[in-house]
Ligand binder design. Structure first.
Ligand code: FES
Length: 275
């Protein structure tokens, strides 16, 4: 006896209903919820919006990065112009021309150093006059009327005390009075100079600290001095190349005060000169 296959339209035993074919090509994306009139998604517009979002994140990240760098790299400190700074002697008295010509000479073996114009820019303070007050000669070493010199005989000078080679500071770079080392220059007429014990650079104190021996190839910056009617000495500028280690001599630290005191240091002497 045949089975009764009569059942409702939804009965699983009824003949399979045809499946409606996809009405869009394979690979085309459709939005589930209809948007606008046709419900299609504008993929170009979506991608542009995605890119804009990514760009905004990148810009925001860049801004944060820049802000972080500001803290990682403190802003460069320095001065906008050279200050007028009065020099104070190592004993605390204002440094005058008269005092210098009495107390300092080409034979002064201790180093006298002052910082100018920044706190981390040391300079030599020198008087190249012979100690006996006589004019310099081959037998009486010294120098009058040196370029940039001040005082009665133009013999008072200041030079950067940071070597122009790799930046060794005083006292590794030192002033060498006559007779300190056997080495002389200008056929013996120049037995005093600034010499760096780090690698042997030597500078001519009588001529704007020009190079006498390498490896340094630049002269030392020279301090510009001025005086008032009482003979007080002021540093008012630097000439020559920038102080070694500074993009320019006015940037890289805070400026010194309106007065700066000389400090006394013991030189490091090494009579070693490049061949
Ligand atoms: S740092 Fe002075 S010679 Fe090298």
């Amino acid at each position: 006896m045949p089975m009764d296959l009569d059942c409702a339209a939804g009965c699983p035993l009824t003949a399979p209903q045809p499946i409606a074919p996809f009405d869009f090509p394979v690979g085309q994306v459709r939005r589930v919820a209809p948007v606008g009139d046709d419900g299609d998604v504008d993929e170009t517009r979506r991608n542009i919006l995605k890119l804009a979002g990514v760009g905004a994140l990148v810009l925001a990240g860049g801004g944060l990065g820049a802000a972080a760098l500001q803290y990682a790299q403190p802003p460069v400190v320095g001065l906008t112009s050279y200050p007028r700074v009065q020099l104070i002697d190592a004993d605390g008295r204002p440094l005058t021309i008269a005092a210098v010509e009495q107390e300092y000479s080409v034979d002064t073996s201790d180093l006298f150093i002052f910082n100018y114009p920044l706190r981390n820019e040391p300079n030599f303070f020198l008087n190249l006059s012979p100690a006996n007050g006589q004019a310099p000669s081959p037998t009486n070493p010294g120098k009058w009327n040196a370029p940039g010199g001040i005082g009665t005989h133009g013999s008072i000078l200041g030079y950067s005390a940071i070597c122009q080679h790799l930046g060794c500071p005083a006292p590794a770079i030192s002033y060498y009075p006559p007779g300190t080392c056997p080495k002389t220059f200008d056929n013996g007429a120049l037995p005093f100079y600034i010499h760096c014990s780090c690698h042997g650079s030597t500078y001519d104190v009588t001529n704007r600290a020009a190079n006498l021996t390498g490896p340094a190839v630049l002269p030392l910056p020279q301090v510009v001095f001025d005086t008032d009617s009482a003979g007080n000495i002021f540093a008012v500028g630097l000439n020559g190349p920038p102080v070694n280690g500074h993009l320019n001599s006015l940037q890289g630290d805070y400026g010194v005060a309106s007065t700066v005191q000389l400090t006394r240091e013991t030189p490091i002497i090494l009579c070693s000169f490049p061949a």
